[in-house]
Design a protein around this ligand. Structure first.
Ligand SMILES: Nc1ncnc2c1ncn2[C@@H]1O[C@H](COP(=O)(O)OP(=O)(O)OP(=O)(O)O)[C@@H](O)[C@H]1O
Ligand SMILES: [Mg+2]
Length: 377
Protein backbone atom coordinates (compact mmCIF):
# COMPACT_ATOMS: atom_id res chain seq x y z
CA UNK A 1 0.00 0.00 0.00
CA UNK A 2 1.14 3.48 -0.72
CA UNK A 3 0.19 6.98 0.24
CA UNK A 4 0.23 9.14 -2.88
CA UNK A 5 -0.81 12.52 -1.53
CA UNK A 6 -1.96 14.14 1.67
CA UNK A 7 -3.94 17.36 2.15
CA UNK A 8 -4.20 18.98 5.57
CA UNK A 9 -6.37 21.98 6.43
CA UNK A 10 -6.36 23.32 9.97
CA UNK A 11 -4.97 20.01 11.12
CA UNK A 12 -2.74 20.39 14.23
CA UNK A 13 -0.09 23.03 13.48
CA UNK A 14 -0.87 23.09 9.73
CA UNK A 15 -3.12 25.84 8.36
CA UNK A 16 -2.75 24.24 4.96
CA UNK A 17 -0.35 21.63 3.61
CA UNK A 18 -0.32 19.68 0.35
CA UNK A 19 2.18 16.84 0.21
CA UNK A 20 2.98 14.17 -2.34
CA UNK A 21 4.84 10.98 -1.59
CA UNK A 22 6.62 10.13 -4.82
CA UNK A 23 9.19 7.71 -3.46
CA UNK A 24 9.21 4.52 -1.47
CA UNK A 25 10.85 6.39 1.40
CA UNK A 26 9.92 9.87 2.59
CA UNK A 27 11.96 11.60 5.27
CA UNK A 28 10.46 14.53 7.16
CA UNK A 29 13.23 16.55 8.75
CA UNK A 30 12.89 19.41 11.21
CA UNK A 31 13.64 20.74 14.65
CA UNK A 32 11.53 19.85 17.64
CA UNK A 33 7.93 21.07 17.78
CA UNK A 34 7.74 22.03 14.09
CA UNK A 35 5.10 19.58 12.86
CA UNK A 36 6.81 16.29 11.95
CA UNK A 37 4.75 13.94 14.07
CA UNK A 38 1.57 15.73 13.02
CA UNK A 39 2.05 14.49 9.44
CA UNK A 40 2.33 10.86 10.54
CA UNK A 41 -0.58 11.37 12.88
CA UNK A 42 -2.74 12.52 9.96
CA UNK A 43 -1.90 9.38 7.97
CA UNK A 44 -2.65 7.19 10.96
CA UNK A 45 -5.91 9.03 11.69
CA UNK A 46 -7.06 8.52 8.10
CA UNK A 47 -6.33 4.79 8.12
CA UNK A 48 -7.61 4.05 11.62
CA UNK A 49 -10.07 6.92 12.11
CA UNK A 50 -8.13 7.75 15.27
CA UNK A 51 -4.87 9.45 16.12
CA UNK A 52 -2.16 7.24 17.57
CA UNK A 53 -1.41 9.82 20.25
CA UNK A 54 -4.76 11.00 21.50
CA UNK A 55 -8.30 9.74 21.86
CA UNK A 56 -9.66 13.29 21.83
CA UNK A 57 -10.36 14.09 18.19
CA UNK A 58 -10.82 17.81 18.82
CA UNK A 59 -7.12 18.11 19.73
CA UNK A 60 -6.35 17.56 16.05
CA UNK A 61 -8.19 20.72 14.98
CA UNK A 62 -5.82 23.64 14.64
CA UNK A 63 -6.07 26.00 17.59
CA UNK A 64 -8.53 28.78 16.82
CA UNK A 65 -10.21 26.88 13.96
CA UNK A 66 -13.68 25.35 14.08
CA UNK A 67 -12.94 22.55 11.67
CA UNK A 68 -9.91 20.50 10.67
CA UNK A 69 -9.55 18.22 7.67
CA UNK A 70 -7.16 15.51 6.55
CA UNK A 71 -7.51 13.78 3.20
CA UNK A 72 -5.31 11.20 1.52
CA UNK A 73 -5.07 9.38 -1.79
CA UNK A 74 -3.75 5.84 -1.54
CA UNK A 75 -2.70 3.14 -3.95
CA UNK A 76 -3.27 -0.56 -3.28
CA UNK A 77 -2.04 -3.42 -5.39
CA UNK A 78 -4.96 -5.77 -4.93
CA UNK A 79 -8.00 -3.53 -4.59
CA UNK A 80 -7.15 -0.44 -6.62
CA UNK A 81 -6.85 3.15 -5.39
CA UNK A 82 -8.82 4.61 -2.52
CA UNK A 83 -9.23 8.08 -1.04
CA UNK A 84 -9.99 8.69 2.62
CA UNK A 85 -11.16 11.87 4.26
CA UNK A 86 -11.75 12.93 7.85
CA UNK A 87 -13.43 16.20 8.78
CA UNK A 88 -13.38 17.12 12.46
CA UNK A 89 -15.58 19.86 13.87
CA UNK A 90 -15.25 21.40 17.33
CA UNK A 91 -17.88 19.66 19.53
CA UNK A 92 -19.96 22.77 20.37
CA UNK A 93 -19.99 23.89 16.75
CA UNK A 94 -20.94 20.40 15.59
CA UNK A 95 -23.78 20.35 18.09
CA UNK A 96 -24.92 23.81 17.01
CA UNK A 97 -24.88 22.73 13.36
CA UNK A 98 -26.52 19.42 14.19
CA UNK A 99 -23.80 17.40 12.48
CA UNK A 100 -21.38 14.77 13.76
CA UNK A 101 -18.08 16.04 15.21
CA UNK A 102 -16.26 13.47 13.05
CA UNK A 103 -17.24 12.93 9.43
CA UNK A 104 -15.56 10.18 7.47
CA UNK A 105 -15.60 9.55 3.75
CA UNK A 106 -14.26 6.79 1.51
CA UNK A 107 -13.86 7.68 -2.16
CA UNK A 108 -15.74 10.92 -1.48
CA UNK A 109 -18.76 9.02 -0.19
CA UNK A 110 -19.70 9.79 3.42
CA UNK A 111 -19.67 6.64 5.58
CA UNK A 112 -21.36 5.87 8.90
CA UNK A 113 -18.41 5.08 11.09
CA UNK A 114 -14.96 3.57 11.70
CA UNK A 115 -16.06 0.11 10.61
CA UNK A 116 -16.56 1.38 7.07
CA UNK A 117 -12.99 2.73 6.98
CA UNK A 118 -10.82 0.34 8.99
CA UNK A 119 -9.41 -2.30 6.68
CA UNK A 120 -9.18 0.01 3.65
CA UNK A 121 -5.60 1.03 4.44
CA UNK A 122 -3.23 -0.61 6.91
CA UNK A 123 -0.58 1.40 8.71
CA UNK A 124 1.98 0.45 11.30
CA UNK A 125 3.22 3.29 13.51
CA UNK A 126 6.34 3.36 15.59
CA UNK A 127 6.22 6.24 18.04
CA UNK A 128 8.71 7.24 20.74
CA UNK A 129 5.95 6.42 23.26
CA UNK A 130 6.27 2.80 22.16
CA UNK A 131 9.13 2.37 24.60
CA UNK A 132 6.29 2.02 27.09
CA UNK A 133 5.49 -1.30 25.40
CA UNK A 134 8.76 -2.58 26.82
CA UNK A 135 8.62 -0.76 30.13
CA UNK A 136 5.02 0.09 30.89
CA UNK A 137 1.78 -1.38 32.15
CA UNK A 138 0.15 -4.52 30.68
CA UNK A 139 -2.80 -2.41 29.50
CA UNK A 140 -0.51 -0.82 26.87
CA UNK A 141 0.49 -4.22 25.51
CA UNK A 142 -3.15 -5.30 25.42
CA UNK A 143 -3.92 -2.17 23.42
CA UNK A 144 -1.10 -3.01 21.04
CA UNK A 145 -2.67 -6.44 20.49
CA UNK A 146 -6.18 -5.04 20.03
CA UNK A 147 -5.04 -2.56 17.38
CA UNK A 148 -2.63 -4.91 15.60
CA UNK A 149 -5.07 -7.83 15.44
CA UNK A 150 -8.05 -5.56 14.74
CA UNK A 151 -6.26 -4.14 11.72
CA UNK A 152 -5.97 -7.52 10.00
CA UNK A 153 -9.01 -9.24 11.46
CA UNK A 154 -11.77 -6.68 12.05
CA UNK A 155 -14.02 -9.30 13.72
CA UNK A 156 -11.56 -9.17 16.62
CA UNK A 157 -12.76 -5.67 17.44
CA UNK A 158 -16.34 -6.86 17.85
CA UNK A 159 -15.15 -9.82 19.96
CA UNK A 160 -13.42 -7.32 22.26
CA UNK A 161 -16.47 -5.10 22.31
CA UNK A 162 -18.82 -7.95 23.20
CA UNK A 163 -16.44 -9.27 25.83
CA UNK A 164 -16.09 -5.82 27.39
CA UNK A 165 -19.84 -5.32 27.42
CA UNK A 166 -20.43 -8.70 29.10
CA UNK A 167 -17.75 -7.88 31.67
CA UNK A 168 -19.29 -4.51 32.48
CA UNK A 169 -22.70 -6.06 32.93
CA UNK A 170 -21.32 -8.86 35.08
CA UNK A 171 -19.56 -6.19 37.16
CA UNK A 172 -22.82 -4.31 37.66
CA UNK A 173 -24.51 -7.52 38.74
CA UNK A 174 -21.66 -8.33 41.16
CA UNK A 175 -22.15 -4.93 42.80
CA UNK A 176 -25.91 -5.41 43.03
CA UNK A 177 -25.48 -8.85 44.61
CA UNK A 178 -22.91 -7.47 47.07
CA UNK A 179 -25.43 -4.81 48.05
CA UNK A 180 -28.08 -7.48 48.55
CA UNK A 181 -30.13 -6.36 45.55
CA UNK A 182 -29.17 -8.72 42.75
CA UNK A 183 -29.72 -12.40 42.32
CA UNK A 184 -26.81 -14.86 42.14
CA UNK A 185 -28.85 -16.95 39.76
CA UNK A 186 -28.22 -14.42 37.01
CA UNK A 187 -24.46 -14.84 37.22
CA UNK A 188 -24.08 -18.08 35.24
CA UNK A 189 -25.59 -16.58 32.10
CA UNK A 190 -23.09 -13.70 32.20
CA UNK A 191 -20.29 -16.15 32.91
CA UNK A 192 -21.24 -18.06 29.79
CA UNK A 193 -21.26 -14.94 27.63
CA UNK A 194 -17.97 -13.82 29.08
CA UNK A 195 -16.41 -17.22 28.48
CA UNK A 196 -17.69 -17.43 24.91
CA UNK A 197 -16.42 -14.02 23.76
CA UNK A 198 -13.35 -14.22 25.99
CA UNK A 199 -12.26 -17.50 24.40
CA UNK A 200 -12.34 -15.90 20.94
CA UNK A 201 -10.22 -13.00 22.16
CA UNK A 202 -7.71 -15.33 23.82
CA UNK A 203 -7.43 -17.60 20.80
CA UNK A 204 -6.84 -14.71 18.39
CA UNK A 205 -4.22 -13.25 20.69
CA UNK A 206 -2.44 -16.56 21.24
CA UNK A 207 -2.23 -17.17 17.48
CA UNK A 208 -1.17 -13.60 16.76
CA UNK A 209 1.55 -13.51 19.41
CA UNK A 210 2.96 -16.82 18.15
CA UNK A 211 3.21 -15.41 14.63
CA UNK A 212 4.56 -12.07 15.82
CA UNK A 213 7.16 -13.75 18.05
CA UNK A 214 8.60 -15.80 15.19
CA UNK A 215 8.90 -12.82 12.83
CA UNK A 216 10.08 -10.35 15.48
CA UNK A 217 12.72 -12.83 16.63
CA UNK A 218 14.14 -13.06 13.12
CA UNK A 219 14.05 -9.29 12.57
CA UNK A 220 15.63 -8.64 15.95
CA UNK A 221 18.49 -11.04 15.18
CA UNK A 222 19.10 -9.09 11.97
CA UNK A 223 18.90 -5.70 13.66
CA UNK A 224 21.46 -6.74 16.26
CA UNK A 225 23.61 -8.50 13.68
CA UNK A 226 22.98 -11.83 15.37
CA UNK A 227 24.14 -10.62 18.78
CA UNK A 228 20.84 -10.83 20.65
CA UNK A 229 17.64 -12.83 20.69
CA UNK A 230 14.18 -11.46 21.40
CA UNK A 231 11.49 -13.71 22.79
CA UNK A 232 7.83 -12.81 23.06
CA UNK A 233 5.43 -14.98 25.04
CA UNK A 234 1.70 -14.58 25.51
CA UNK A 235 0.58 -14.57 29.14
CA UNK A 236 -3.00 -15.27 30.03
CA UNK A 237 -4.58 -16.68 33.16
CA UNK A 238 -6.82 -18.88 31.01
CA UNK A 239 -4.45 -20.08 28.31
CA UNK A 240 -1.69 -22.66 28.32
CA UNK A 241 0.93 -23.17 25.60
CA UNK A 242 -0.55 -25.32 22.86
CA UNK A 243 -4.22 -24.61 23.55
CA UNK A 244 -5.70 -24.06 20.08
CA UNK A 245 -9.41 -24.75 20.47
CA UNK A 246 -11.88 -22.02 21.37
CA UNK A 247 -14.09 -24.59 23.12
CA UNK A 248 -11.26 -25.74 25.40
CA UNK A 249 -10.35 -22.15 26.33
CA UNK A 250 -14.01 -21.37 26.92
CA UNK A 251 -14.19 -24.36 29.30
CA UNK A 252 -11.16 -23.21 31.29
CA UNK A 253 -12.46 -19.65 31.50
CA UNK A 254 -15.89 -20.78 32.66
CA UNK A 255 -14.38 -23.07 35.29
CA UNK A 256 -12.22 -20.28 36.67
CA UNK A 257 -15.07 -17.80 36.71
CA UNK A 258 -17.11 -20.28 38.74
CA UNK A 259 -14.26 -21.17 41.06
CA UNK A 260 -13.50 -17.52 41.85
CA UNK A 261 -17.02 -16.27 42.13
CA UNK A 262 -16.86 -15.43 45.84
CA UNK A 263 -13.63 -13.46 45.36
CA UNK A 264 -15.19 -11.59 42.45
CA UNK A 265 -18.21 -10.84 44.63
CA UNK A 266 -16.02 -9.53 47.41
CA UNK A 267 -14.09 -7.29 45.01
CA UNK A 268 -17.15 -6.51 42.85
CA UNK A 269 -15.16 -7.14 39.72
CA UNK A 270 -14.14 -9.97 37.42
CA UNK A 271 -10.58 -11.00 38.15
CA UNK A 272 -10.16 -13.72 35.50
CA UNK A 273 -10.05 -13.39 31.73
CA UNK A 274 -8.34 -11.72 28.79
CA UNK A 275 -8.84 -8.20 30.22
CA UNK A 276 -5.88 -9.14 32.42
CA UNK A 277 -3.68 -10.56 29.63
CA UNK A 278 -0.12 -9.53 28.90
CA UNK A 279 2.87 -10.63 26.89
CA UNK A 280 6.41 -10.94 28.13
CA UNK A 281 9.45 -9.61 26.29
CA UNK A 282 12.87 -11.09 26.93
CA UNK A 283 16.21 -10.33 25.37
CA UNK A 284 18.90 -12.96 25.82
CA UNK A 285 16.70 -14.65 28.42
CA UNK A 286 16.42 -11.50 30.57
CA UNK A 287 13.26 -9.58 31.18
CA UNK A 288 13.50 -6.54 28.92
CA UNK A 289 11.48 -4.31 31.23
CA UNK A 290 13.92 -4.72 34.11
CA UNK A 291 17.27 -5.44 32.52
CA UNK A 292 17.16 -4.00 29.01
CA UNK A 293 19.24 -0.93 28.16
CA UNK A 294 17.51 2.01 26.51
CA UNK A 295 18.89 0.95 23.11
CA UNK A 296 17.90 -2.68 23.66
CA UNK A 297 14.36 -1.67 24.55
CA UNK A 298 14.12 0.56 21.51
CA UNK A 299 15.51 -2.14 19.21
CA UNK A 300 13.10 -4.74 20.59
CA UNK A 301 10.09 -2.49 20.16
CA UNK A 302 11.17 -1.58 16.63
CA UNK A 303 11.56 -5.27 15.81
CA UNK A 304 8.05 -5.76 17.11
CA UNK A 305 6.65 -2.95 14.95
CA UNK A 306 8.44 -4.19 11.83
CA UNK A 307 7.13 -7.67 12.63
CA UNK A 308 3.63 -6.23 12.97
CA UNK A 309 3.98 -4.95 9.40
CA UNK A 310 5.30 -8.32 8.17
CA UNK A 311 2.51 -10.31 9.82
CA UNK A 312 -0.05 -7.90 8.35
CA UNK A 313 1.57 -8.36 4.93
CA UNK A 314 1.25 -12.14 5.22
CA UNK A 315 -2.41 -11.87 6.21
CA UNK A 316 -3.50 -9.09 3.86
CA UNK A 317 -1.28 -9.98 0.93
CA UNK A 318 -0.14 -6.36 0.90
CA UNK A 319 2.44 -4.38 2.83
CA UNK A 320 1.10 -1.78 5.27
CA UNK A 321 2.49 1.75 5.18
CA UNK A 322 5.13 2.01 7.89
CA UNK A 323 5.35 5.29 9.81
CA UNK A 324 8.50 5.65 11.89
CA UNK A 325 8.43 8.62 14.23
CA UNK A 326 11.87 9.59 15.42
CA UNK A 327 12.94 5.96 15.67
CA UNK A 328 16.57 6.20 14.68
CA UNK A 329 17.83 8.50 17.43
CA UNK A 330 19.49 6.50 20.20
CA UNK A 331 20.35 3.69 17.79
CA UNK A 332 23.94 3.30 16.65
CA UNK A 333 24.52 3.73 12.90
CA UNK A 334 24.72 -0.04 12.36
CA UNK A 335 21.32 -0.68 13.91
CA UNK A 336 19.78 2.37 12.28
CA UNK A 337 20.97 1.24 8.83
CA UNK A 338 19.63 -2.25 9.38
CA UNK A 339 16.21 -0.91 10.44
CA UNK A 340 15.88 0.74 7.03
CA UNK A 341 17.07 -2.39 5.23
CA UNK A 342 14.70 -4.58 7.22
CA UNK A 343 11.66 -2.63 6.12
CA UNK A 344 12.34 -3.96 2.61
CA UNK A 345 11.78 -2.58 -0.87
CA UNK A 346 8.07 -3.27 -0.98
CA UNK A 347 7.38 -1.15 2.08
CA UNK A 348 6.54 2.53 1.92
CA UNK A 349 8.37 4.18 4.79
CA UNK A 350 7.59 7.63 6.12
CA UNK A 351 10.20 8.65 8.65
CA UNK A 352 10.56 11.72 10.83
CA UNK A 353 13.87 12.85 12.21
CA UNK A 354 15.60 15.92 13.60
CA UNK A 355 18.83 15.03 11.76
CA UNK A 356 19.55 13.40 8.44
CA UNK A 357 21.79 10.63 9.74
CA UNK A 358 24.28 8.62 7.67
CA UNK A 359 21.77 5.80 7.40
CA UNK A 360 19.14 8.12 5.92
CA UNK A 361 21.58 9.90 3.62
CA UNK A 362 22.54 6.46 2.30
CA UNK A 363 19.01 6.05 1.03
CA UNK A 364 19.54 7.95 -2.17
CA UNK A 365 16.04 7.44 -3.55
CA UNK A 366 14.31 9.04 -0.55
CA UNK A 367 12.14 12.15 -0.87
CA UNK A 368 12.99 14.71 1.78
CA UNK A 369 10.60 17.28 3.26
CA UNK A 370 11.79 20.02 5.58
CA UNK A 371 9.35 21.30 8.13
CA UNK A 372 9.52 24.54 10.04
CA UNK A 373 6.75 26.07 12.13
CA UNK A 374 3.93 24.31 10.33
CA UNK A 375 5.36 25.09 6.89
CA UNK A 376 6.56 22.13 4.91
CA UNK A 377 8.57 22.11 1.68
N1 LIG B 1 -4.28 21.53 17.66
C1 LIG B 1 -3.13 22.21 17.48
N2 LIG B 1 -3.12 23.39 16.85
C2 LIG B 1 -1.98 24.08 16.65
N3 LIG B 1 -0.77 23.66 17.04
C3 LIG B 1 -0.71 22.47 17.68
C4 LIG B 1 -1.88 21.68 17.93
N4 LIG B 1 -1.53 20.57 18.56
C5 LIG B 1 -0.20 20.63 18.73
N5 LIG B 1 0.31 21.79 18.21
C6 LIG B 1 1.68 22.23 18.16
O1 LIG B 1 2.24 21.77 16.97
C7 LIG B 1 3.65 21.76 17.08
C8 LIG B 1 4.22 20.60 16.30
O2 LIG B 1 3.91 19.37 16.93
P1 LIG B 1 4.55 18.00 16.43
O3 LIG B 1 4.29 17.00 17.51
O4 LIG B 1 4.08 17.68 15.07
O5 LIG B 1 6.10 18.38 16.39
P2 LIG B 1 7.39 17.52 16.01
O6 LIG B 1 8.03 18.22 14.85
O7 LIG B 1 7.05 16.11 15.85
O8 LIG B 1 8.31 17.75 17.30
P3 LIG B 1 9.33 16.74 18.08
O9 LIG B 1 10.59 16.67 17.29
O10 LIG B 1 9.54 17.48 19.37
O11 LIG B 1 8.65 15.46 18.25
C9 LIG B 1 3.94 21.79 18.57
O12 LIG B 1 4.53 23.02 18.90
C10 LIG B 1 2.58 21.66 19.21
O13 LIG B 1 2.49 22.39 20.41
MG1 LIG C 1 7.45 14.47 17.04
Amino acid sequence: MQLISLALDNFRVYAQARLTFPAQTTVIVGDNAQGKTSVLEAVCALARTKSHRTNRDEELIRWGAEQGTAAGEFRRSARGPVSLRMVLTAPETAQFLGQPAKQLAVNDQPVKGPRDVIGEIAVVVFSPDDLALAKGEPSLRRRFLNVAIGGIQPAHLSDIQQYTRAMRQRGELLSLIAEGQGSREQLPSWDQQLARHGAQVVLSRARYVAQLAAVAGRIHRDLTDGAETLEIAYKSNVWREGADQASAIEGVLLEKLEARRSQDLALRRTMTGPHRDDFALQVGGNELRRFGSQGQQRTAVLAMRLAEAEVARERLGETPIVLLDDCLSELDEGRAGRVLEQAGDATQLIITTTHLSEALRGRGDAAVYRVHDGQIA
